[in-house]
Design a protein around this ligand. Structure first.
Ligand SMILES: [Zn+2]
Length: 85
């Protein structure tokens, strides 16, 4: 059972698989969050892949989790039922 080789999108309520090994979010959410913060997640994932020790990987995991939370806070709410005049 390995249907999502890159893991799942961390956005709440989203179960889309991540499109790539270093993806921060699914394609939909990548454009919904602050791009700069999403890029930090990607950077950290690459750093993690290059890490040579568990300590560095742990540090990267911590950073990734932090940036993911930060990015999710910037997530745009989908426009629904807008009160137009
Ligand atoms: Zn998503």
């Amino acid at each position: 059972m390995n249907s999502d080789p890159h893991g799942r999108c961390p956005a709440p309520g989203c179960c889309n698989p991540l499109p790539g090994r270093f993806s921060a979010f699914c394609a939909e959410h990548y454009f919904a969050v602050d791009l700069k913060t999403a890029r930090f997640v990607i950077r950290m994932k690459i750093e993690r892949a290059r890490a040579k020790s568990d300590a560095v990987r742990e540090h990267c995991d911590y950073q990734i989790a932090g940036y993911v939370q930060q990015a999710l806070k910037t997530m745009k709410q989908p426009r629904e039922g807008q009160s137009a005049e």
